[in-house]
Design a binder for this molecule. Structure first.
Ligand SMILES: Cc1ncc(COP(=O)(O)O)c(C=O)c1O
Length: 389
């Protein structure tokens, strides 16, 4: 097969996606009117697949902070922090994150994806072992693979399966990292962190938790699932993204271990890419401030999550096990998923189309993500359109 021939598979996949209607991977928002409403193909559309959990993308203070930063610091940093220096606001954001997580160290990356690559490749190398939840996000898989460590998957959220893997590692457990998510991005289910922490302590392993979908959503202060389950101070590395609850772009890692400060000198996904732009850093800082000072956002988010979950549940749809702002509706097969996704779009409701291989168990899902900015009427409309499927 020549270099270009192998794209035949991708070509076939692409045409299969548009057979039934709009290709979900190529949908275009002609306008974004607010955190929860846009225009698709001339139609006003409720956005229910954005990960905009706190609805902060149009928050006036966040928007102003971004504009002001662009005026005062320019449009971009034009290079990496190692080669071109840091802006003072990079350090301020890191200090604010460390304070938020009550940790001594924090590090900012250009995206959530590179945060995972950067942390995992700095931390792990050949000869180390990583125990990875089977449903972990692609960025966690990619980071583990890039590191050269031996990867052992354990059954999703199954502590017995994790324990068996740890047992088998015998005297290698002190060179072992357990990698899980706080909330899993497709089904919205949570990791049993209390039991996982117990195991990591028993075996002398380390633990990394990706709180991408739980920042601002779980825990009294909004730190995530580790805070909610009372084990925040027991997690060795928390990673996360600014692209969801904080409505910006970028990623971070916090840790009680001072080696995090040395990752800057060894982490290639940190060293060899441009640092986050001034506007991105400014909107992220303002959004983090909002998250910390406006608990009402989390309350509205949960009221909306409860309304949508119970509405879809009453209709008889098969949903993920936990009520959460991530609500995935199980579809019979790929074709019905694509067809239903198109019907919802035609009715003015945008959700995410999740198809294998990016899904647990090879199942197709219509994935909704709820925002604090949705109105109860918008949630009722979404439920009403699902009812017609
Ligand atoms: C669990 C998890 N980690 C990391 C990422 C990557 O974050 P970003 O899109 O901000 O790069 C995602 C993105 O969806 C995610 O779901």
């Amino acid at each position: 097969m020549s270099l270009l021939d192998k794209f035949a598979v991708a070509r076939q996949l692409k045409s299969g996606l548009s057979d039934i209607g709009v290709d979900p991977t190529a949908v275009v928002f002609d306008a974004i009117n607010s955190a929860t409403e846009g225009v698709v193909e001339g139609r006003k559309t409720i956005l229910a697949g954005t990960n905009n959990y706190l609805g902060l993308t149009f928050d006036p203070a966040c928007v102003e902070a971004g504009i002001e930063a662009m005026r005062s610091h320019g449009t971009g940093t034009t290079g990496s922090r190692m080669a071109n220096g840091s802006y003072s606001t990079h350090g301020l954001l890191e200090a604010e994150l460390a304070d938020f997580y009550q940790c001594s160290n924090a590090m900012v990356f250009s995206t959530g994806y590179t945060a995972n690559l950067g942390v995992l490749t700095a931390l792990l190398s050949k000869g180390d072992a990583v125990l990875l939840d089977a449903d972990a996000h692609a960025s966690l898989y990619d980071g583990c693979r890039m590191s050269g460590a031996d990867i052992f998957r354990f059954k999703h959220n199954d502590v017995r399966s994790l324990e068996r893997r740890l047992d088998r590692l015998k005297d290698r457990t002190d060179r072992c990292l357990i990698v899980v998510e706080g909330v899993y991005s497709v089904l919205g289910d949570r990791a049993p962190l209390v039991e996982i922490v117990r195991l990591k302590e028993r075996f002398g392993a380390r633990l990394l938790v990706d709180e991408a979908h739980s920042l601002g959503v779980y825990g009294e202060n909004g730190c995530g699932v580790a805070e909610e389950q009372g084990v925040l101070d027991k997690v060795d590395f928390i990673v996360g993204t600014f692209s969801k609850s904080l409505g910006a772009m970028g990623g971070f890692c916090t840790s009680p271990h001072d080696v995090l400060g040395l990752f800057r000198y060894v982490s290639r996904p940190f060293m060899f890419t441009a640092s986050p732009s001034p506007a991105v850093v400014a909107t992220t800082r303002e959004a983090l401030h909002r998250l910390r000072t406006r608990p009402g956002l989390k309350k509205s988010l949960w009221a909306n999550a409860n309304q949508l979950y119970s509405g879809l549940h009453k209709l008889g749809f098969e949903l993920g096990p936990d009520i959460s702002p991530v609500i995935a509706v199980r579809c019979q097969d790929r074709e019905s998923a694509l067809s239903d996704w198109n019907k919802l779009l035609e009715a003015g409701v945008y959700v995410n189309m999740m198809l294998p291989p990016a899904t647990p168990g090879g199942v197709s899902f219509l994935r909704c993500s709820v925002s604090a900015a949705h109105t109860p009427e918008q949630i009722s409309t979404i439920i009403g359109e699902f009812a017609k499927l």
